[in-house]
Design a protein around this ligand. Structure first.
Ligand SMILES: [Zn+2]
Length: 115
């Protein structure tokens, strides 16, 4: 898989985890269950390291997409972007080749990866 694409997938995962931890309802439930998680700072630190390894232009696009949709990277299953369900042109859908380059969905603009 393209190195930057891989980092974007990881970054999105970290962002989701940070959001979950910051969510007060989740915190309440975790406290009730005796599972208080204190990983906020470690996750934020990992996020910073990851962000430094992503080209600024790509990172800025990532942040814009996250702000707009809450998700910046979308899986392609079959021939469809799983976030907006547009059909991705067939020539792009050969998995081994598709994940080598950074591509964006023609409709929603999210970064695409093939599963
Ligand atoms: Zn899309």
């Amino acid at each position: 898989m393209n190195e930057i694409l891989q980092k974007l997938v990881m970054l999105q995962d970290l962002d989701c985890m940070i959001d979950e931890i910051k969510n007060k309802d989740v915190k309440k439930v975790q406290k009730k269950m005796g599972l208080e998680i204190k990983g906020d700072e470690k996750l934020e630190e990992a996020k910073k390291v990851l962000e430094r390894a992503i080209p600024p232009k790509v990172l800025s696009r990532y942040h814009k997409l996250m702000e707009r949709f809450g998700r910046a990277v979308a899986p392609v299953v079959g021939n469809s972007c799983m976030c907006c369900f547009v059909t991705v042109p067939k020539r792009l859908t050969i998995r081994e080749f598709a994940n080598r380059e950074l591509r964006n969905c023609e409709r929603c603009g999210r970064f695409l990866y093939w599963v």
